[in-house]
Design a protein around this ligand. Structure first.
Ligand SMILES: [Zn+2]
Length: 132
């Protein structure tokens, strides 16, 4: 399950990137960028989109469905990190039993407040290690 959750978090990053690049391209177009340049950027966008499709085939269907539904409704906050017991999307503390389950990553866990898919923030473990 952990790998699955990592994949879906990655998918969200790609979606965000595509979104941003798409908007940037629109802007460049309105500023009169040459067709050649626009064409090469579009090709890159297509490549990213293809990589995304490949990624989607590796994600469990139920997880992917949830992600896609949620992403459409709330834009780019379908997957949220859980750090210090707090959902980094809505900043509400989740029950500690749930936090433990998120850490184990055996099942998909959702934030009860905002509905995001929760993933464990591994950076917080790194920081703890450094403190010692
Ligand atoms: Zn939340």
């Amino acid at each position: 399950m952990k790998e699955q959750l990592k994949l879906v978090a990655k998918l969200q990053e790609v979606d965000r990137l595509l979104n941003r690049l798409g908007k940037a391209l629109e802007e460049l177009r309105s500023q009169g960028l040459s067709d050649d340049e626009i064409h090469s950027i579009s090709l890159e966008l297509e490549q990213i989109a293809e990589g995304k499709d490949e990624m989607k085939t590796r994600i469990r269907q139920d997880l992917l469905n949830y992600y896609q539904r949620f992403y459409k409704r709330h834009h780019d906050k379908a997957v949220a990190k859980l750090s210090g017991g707090v959902c980094l999307n809505c900043f509400v503390t989740v029950p500690s039993a749930k936090a433990l389950r998120v850490r184990r990553a055996e099942e998909i866990e959702y934030c009860e407040n905002c509905g995001s898919i929760l993933i464990w923030d591994e950076e917080q473990d790194e920081e703890k290690k450094k403190d010692k």
